[in-house]
Design a protein around this ligand. Structure first.
Ligand SMILES: Cc1ncc(COP(=O)(O)O)c(C=O)c1O
Length: 489
């Protein structure tokens, strides 16, 4: 983000005037569009509001912008000889298309995180930067010559990576796969996208866990799917609920995250797993096993995956390196029958011609040279320490306010707020104090829960973050209203 240069002679308000003039003339703010409020721009650029007032005054004096009471500062319609008729209605275009925007609270969280570096982040469901294998990847890039061709890669995925994954999956998860049953995707997110877009049709009924990561993804609604809930308790979903849903709605697919579920952290018992597979095969309904967390098992004993127990070919398995190595590599995989892999590969070719060979090559070296084993040992130790610190903090600081079950893996602590507290109001207050989390209702229907990620903050930020949360929780203004985000009504 551009910032005014305090070391040069030109006054700061003037630099800001020039900067905004540039953005307007390049069409970033077309005629008629609203400029950021004075307060927001002052925050973004780290200057006093009066400096922005002065800069906007200059722009107004040159006729480039206009202000009207109550509607902010807008780019003038008549400057540069541009008339409104010639200007596309960008707002209308931006609201078009079939892809729904992210939930307002997800956008709000993203914006706060982008603009306030100092905020303590319990919201992002990822590892802290020191847990990524940066040093290993730096060494790989320095010492290992990259000699692959740089043409379009096979849209099914870089063949050496698929071969490495065959042994990786066998060794770590007891999953039998072949090169041709694996599709490399840009993270698990893309597998979910491809499945919802290519294997299902608008109007299809699907069963998803409640609460579930899937509710935070408008991608399911964009695909026109009808979502039905499978309540999750501390042992995961109850498979018998699937029978009821099937009878009523003829569900076409079941989405589950059986190990260290996001957001609850719960793990499906072996008995329920076996029954789930039995029911799915009786009904002939596929299960999508979304499995980013199994290898984070804090005791080093990962629970079995559904895929490793599946003898009838009902499970589409989705994994990724995001939560066990680095989310920025964007390396994910889908294991599926041939017909499905070739349909999704074809779609992939239409979408983006497949993933760049560079991260796929990096991931191959990372796995082939045995770095993953060290990474996962270090990661588990660090996650255990952070989880324990969060438990300690919650017990010491806000024991009367929250109840929780310590997760045995994954990255998140799912907390029930005792009493009648509006989780969205709590988020507002917490942000003001300098800490951020995800309100539980983003993941489904229930109010009064919050998801705290213990992996993203540094160890020494966890206590201070919980202290700020405690202060927010003590505010008298948090009584619950009936506001429910639009996606869940
Ligand atoms: C359950 C679950 N599935 C899928 C994803 C997507 O992860 P990625 O695309 O980074 O692999 C996430 C990310 O938080 C997740 O929690």
């Amino acid at each position: 983000m551009w910032k005014p240069d305090r070391s040069i002679k030109q006054p700061i308000y003037q630099q800001i005037t020039d900067y905004m003039e540039h953005r307007i003339s390049f069409g970033e703010f077309p005629p008629g569009s609203v400029l950021p409020s004075e307060r927001k721009l002052a925050d973004l650029l780290g200057v006093n509001r009066s400096t922005i007032v002065q800069a906007y005054e200059e722009l107004r004096a040159s006729g480039l912008v206009e202000s009207a009471k109550g509607s902010g500062t807008r780019v003038s319609m008549h400057k540069w000889g541009i008339t409104p008729k010639q200007t596309p209605n960008w707002k209308q275009y931006a609201e078009g298309g079939t892809f729904l925007p992210n939930l307002p609270f997800i956008r709000r969280i993203r914006e706060e995180l982008r603009n306030r570096e100092s905020i303590i982040d319990f919201a992002s469901g990822e590892l802290s930067p020191d847990l990524f294998p940066n040093a290993i990847i730096r060494d790989l890039l320095q010492n290992k010559p990259f000699q692959e061709h740089l043409g379009y890669e096979d849209p099914q995925g870089f063949s050496p990576l698929r071969s490495s994954l065959v042994s990786f999956l066998e060794q770590h998860l007891h999953i039998h796969a072949t090169d041709s049953s694996i599709l490399i995707t840009s993270g698990s997110q893309q597998s979910l996208f491809l499945i919802t877009q290519c294997l299902l049709s608008p109007g299809d009924a699907v069963a998803i866990e409640d609460p579930s990561y899937c509710y935070s993804l408008p991608m399911f609604q964009s695909a026109g799917l009808r979502l039905f809930r499978l309540p999750v308790d501390e042992h995961g979903i109850n498979p018998e609920d699937i029978l009821t849903l099937y009878r009523r709605h003829r569900i076409r697919m079941i989405f589950v995250n059986p190990n260290f579920q996001n957001p609850t952290g719960s793990t499906l018992t072996l008995e329920r797993r076996v029954r789930l597979l039995e029911i799915a095969s009786e009904l002939g309904v596929p299960i999508v096993e979304d499995d980013p967390f199994t290898l984070t098992a804090l005791d080093g004993n990962p629970p079995p995956t559904l895929k490793s127990l599946d003898t009838t070919g009902n499970v589409l398995y989705i994994g990724s390196l995001s939560k066990i190595a680095a989310s920025g590599l964007r390396i994910g995989w889908l294991i599926a029958p041939q017909a499905v892999v070739s349909r999704l590969t074809d779609a992939r070719q239409q979408m983006d011609f497949g993933l760049s060979s560079i991260p796929q090559w990096v991931a191959t070296q990372f796995i082939e040279e045995g770095h993953f084993e060290n990474q996962i040992i270090k990661l588990r130790e660090a996650l255990l320490e952070k989880r324990n610190e969060m438990i300690r903090g919650l017990q010491q600081l806000i024991q009367e306010n929250v109840s929780f079950t310590p997760p045995q893996g994954g990255l998140n602590m799912w907390c029930k707020i005792n009493g009648s507290v509006d989780d969205f109001k709590l988020l507002d207050e917490a942000i003001k104090k300098g800490v951020i989390f995800v309100p539980g209702s983003v993941y489904g229907s229930d109010h009064g829960y919050i998801r705290l990620c213990f992996a993203r903050p540094q160890l020494d930020e966890i206590m201070p973050g919980l202290n700020l949360l405690k202060e927010a929780l003590q505010l008298p203004c948090l009584v619950r209203s009936s506001r429910i985000p639009a996606a869940f009504t």
